[in-house]
Design a protein around this ligand. Structure first.
Ligand SMILES: *Cc1c(COP(=O)(O)O)cnc(C)c1O
Length: 342
């Protein structure tokens, strides 16, 4: 198999994560459906896809001598929470800039914001009132840069991780994640991997990984289901991210837009806004397989998979892997996020 360059890495979770067939749902849908359990990345119950990126991001941070990481997200951000978990494991401080996309009740902390506080992360809220997401992102970054300067004047070394850990180094985790999956299913010609996409760092890595490590003569298509609206320009950025990750690994393969399959049809009214199809998907997986997914990412992504089977975009008999990216703590978030699942 293709050999790639070794990059600095910290062991943060439990890898390889399990992969298993969903027998009852496979039968019901007429496909071979497997689940890749990145909800079990660890190192606690609330794992998720960011741990895979953070192994490389914090490997880089450590190599650069950082003692503090600053990152960004929504108040219920999985990425922010997983960063705090990972940083604690390495003895680094975490500073979070959290945008109040769904405003939280600070007297009644739930889900990830509660975990962030238990984990001891330093939290700064960035109000979304009267601001677009782009404006809030800009304000978060400005505040973070001021804080970085202040900390560095006090002798600290700060490493900034952009929202979602979407950097070439982060995506390396998913190039190699795809390789891990192929190694776990030696006898399965994987037709599709379906996953939820936010910043695109996961998609970038998986698309690049599939291009390099798919089985000979059987390329796997990565089907990325968006969980928020994105401008057309987003997709070229994802492709560039994937190529930059390949470059870091000293791999000569390159990906293009033709290798990417993004779909904006399944996030309903927007990020963190629950949808009926998402809730239906969550109940179906829970009630046929006992597997839990979440209203913000994996439920909506699974709703996309179900619809693809229904409309024949995923054909009968296909070998399909649903990449469970975690996020299940959102089931215990504010009512506005969870909605009426039951
Ligand atoms: C962050 C996240 C994603 C999306 O990953 P990106 O790399 O940002 O696209 C999907 N699912 C869950 C549960 C996440 O927390």
């Amino acid at each position: 198999m293709t050999v790639c360059k070794q990059l600095p890495k910290e062991k943060l979770g439990f890898f390889p994560t399990p992969v298993h067939r969903l027998d009852r749902l496979s039968k019901q849908l007429g496909i071979n459906l497997y689940l890749k359990r990145d909800d079990f990345t660890g190192p606690n119950l609330f794992g998720g896809n960011k741990i895979r990126k953070l192994e490389y991001l914090l490997g880089d941070a450590r190599q650069k001598g950082a003692d503090t990481v600053i990152t960004f997200g929504a108040t219920q951000s999985n990425h922010a929470m997983e960063t705090a978990v990972a940083a604690n494991r390495l003895g680094l401080n975490t500073v979070l800039y959290l945008e109040t996309i769904t405003p939280n009740d600070q007297q009644d902390d739930r889900a990830n914001i509660l975990l962030d506080k238990i984990l001891g992360a330093q939290i700064h809220y960035v109000s979304m009132k009267g601001r677009t997401e782009a404006q809030a992102d800009e304000i978060s970054m400005q505040q973070a840069l001021v804080e970085k300067k202040r900390l560095e004047a006090n002798g600290h070394h700060v490493y900034i991780i952009p929202v979602g850990g979407a950097t070439p180094i982060g995506s390396v985790g998913f190039v190699l994640g795809f390789k891990e999956l192929v190694g776990q299913l030696p006898d399965v010609a994987i037709d599709y991997v379906v996953h939820g996409s936010g910043t695109g760092g996961t998609a970038a890595g998986l698309i690049a990984g599939a291009k390099v490590f798919s089985k000979e003569a059987h390329p796997t298509q990565i089907l990325s289901i968006n969980v928020s609206p994105k401008p057309e320009s987003h997709y070229q950025k994802v492709v560039d991210l994937g190529n930059a990750a390949l470059d870091l690994l000293d791999l000569e393969t390159r990906i293009s837009l033709a290798d990417a399959h993004f779909d904006q049809s399944y996030f309903g009214d927007g990020y963190e806004i629950p949808s009926e199809v998402g809730s239906n998907a969550i109940r179906l997986l829970a009630r046929t397989e006992g597997v839990l997914t979440d209203p913000v990412y994996t439920g909506k992504a699974f709703a996309g998979l179900l619809d693809y089977v229904r409309i024949g975009k995923i054909k009968h008999g296909s070998n399909v892997v649903f990449w469970h990216t975690g996020g299940v703590s959102a089931l215990f978030a504010e009512h506005k996020i969870v909605w009426e699942i039951v």
